[in-house]
Ligand binder design. Structure first.
Ligand code: ZN
Length: 403
């Protein structure tokens, strides 16, 4: 069975027709896959920045464990990746990425036999990075200048270039058992505003969602043409969502940025259904291995959610969340019912998933304390004396020492 993992950078769940139920869907090709596969309805990412999430997805670990919390850092050498697990089991592997921050310059080709990215843009951003924090201004200037003078397509890997690489690779390698990883960047804040001249950010975003959906349609057609579609496990997901009011991500913890689409499809294997149980981006690695009947690693944070997909068994009670640290310190936790956030170690917000507009932290002090202790425990944040007492009490009670 081939495994094809498509990550659409910054794709919001509500922009996928199969999730929104919108009649005028922006994503007919993704919808068709969703209609015949499993839709994870509460699939949660762990951070709202690309590189840290890709490291989490490929290693099955929280950022707390692998140590990457921002873009511009190297993929750590000491964690085994999806292609490395699959290579050991007679797979060949190919990655085609469109964004510099997850390119081979940053070691994101780790474990791949074939890897395609864009060195021109990568080198430019790497140079900008060396200029210190001013890099964001330089990057913005470069982008604006490049795009204004029509160099956009030269420096950014757009969907058409990405697809050409994929189709060419498939032509040569489709006879082998393969793992193919694709990342589209066209929807990302860096690019969607630039290609479309409209000043309406949301319109630009939506137009690019359509473009990427048609690119995915092209890949699916190719798989059908090559007669390998029925033998392929397809996973379509996003690394994080987007705050459309701000036209960016990473500044806050919200359901729009952390609740991401994730669709699994494989003819004759994956059931047609919607899974409401919580699942996490870190669970994809063990799930892919499990669906291939391979041995699961026992030293990672993620778990196989195969039983959630096939038997509706609840396996995940909570997901720990962190915002992009450059823009501020916000940590959080998401359960099936609640979204709790902790800003600067002490400012709390609490939302019921059914009503994300109303902060109900003040009315739910006990619940907040429980979540605060869990969040502090996960992120190793120092406890206040009272919290430690409560935490100790809970731990002791768990162990049966306190009635
Ligand atoms: Zn991203």
């Amino acid at each position: 069975m081939n495994v094809i993992l498509i990550v659409v950078d910054a794709l919001r769940k509500d922009r996928v027709g199969a999730y929104s139920g919108n009649n005028n869907s922006l994503t007919p090709n993704i919808d068709e896959i969703a209609k015949n596969g499993t839709m994870l309805m509460n699939h949660i990412t762990v951070l709202n920045g690309s590189a840290p999430v890709i490291v989490s997805l490929f290693t099955g670990n929280y950022p707390k464990k692998h140590g990457i919390h921002e873009n511009g850092f190297k993929f750590p050498d000491n964690f085994k990746t999806i292609p490395e697990y699959l290579n050991e089991n007679n797979y060949t592997s190919c990655g085609v990425v469109s964004s510099g921050i997850i390119s081979s310059l940053y070691n994101f080709n780790k474990g791949f036999k074939y890897f395609y990215d864009n060195s021109k843009y990568d080198k430019l951003t790497l140079w900008a990075k060396k200029q210190g924090t001013i890099r964001y201004k330089i990057r913005k200037f470069l982008r604006n200048t490049l795009f204004k003078f029509g160099f956009f397509n030269k420096f950014v890997v757009t969907y058409d270039k990405t697809n050409k690489r994929i189709l060419d690779w498939l032509d040569v390698h489709h006879n082998k058992n393969f793992f193919l990883y694709v990342q589209y960047f066209d929807i990302h804040e860096d690019t969607y505003g630039e290609r479309n001249k409209s000043k309406d950010k949301i319109k630009n975003y939506d137009e690019n969602v359509k473009i990427v959906d048609s690119a995915i349609g092209e890949i699916i057609n190719k798989l059908k043409q090559l007669n390998i579609f029925d033998d392929s496990l397809l996973i379509i997901t996003a690394d994080h969502g987007e705050d459309l009011e701000e036209g960016q991500h990473g500044r806050n913890i919200s359901e729009d940025e952390f609740g991401v689409p994730c669709i699994l499809y494989k003819s004759g294997l994956i059931p047609i259904k919607k899974v409401d149980n919580l699942t996490r981006v870190i669970d994809l690695l063990p799930t892919i291995l499990d669906l291939n009947n391979l041995i699961l690693p026992n030293n990672i944070d993620g778990i196989s959610i195969k039983k959630s997909v096939f038997e509706d068994i609840n396996l995940v009670d909570e997901v720990f969340l962190e915002s992009y640290s450059l823009f501020g310190d916000i940590k959080g936790i998401r359960t099936k019912e609640w979204l709790y956030t902790l800003r600067n170690g002490n400012e709390e917000e609490l939302y019921n998933i059914m009503n994300l507009k109303n902060d109900v932290a003040k009315e739910n002090k006990d619940l907040c304390l429980k979540f605060r202790i869990k969040v502090k425990n996960h992120f190793s944040i120092k406890y206040e004396p009272g919290e430690r007492d409560e935490y100790t009490k809970q731990m002791l009670s768990k162990l049966g020492y306190v009635k």
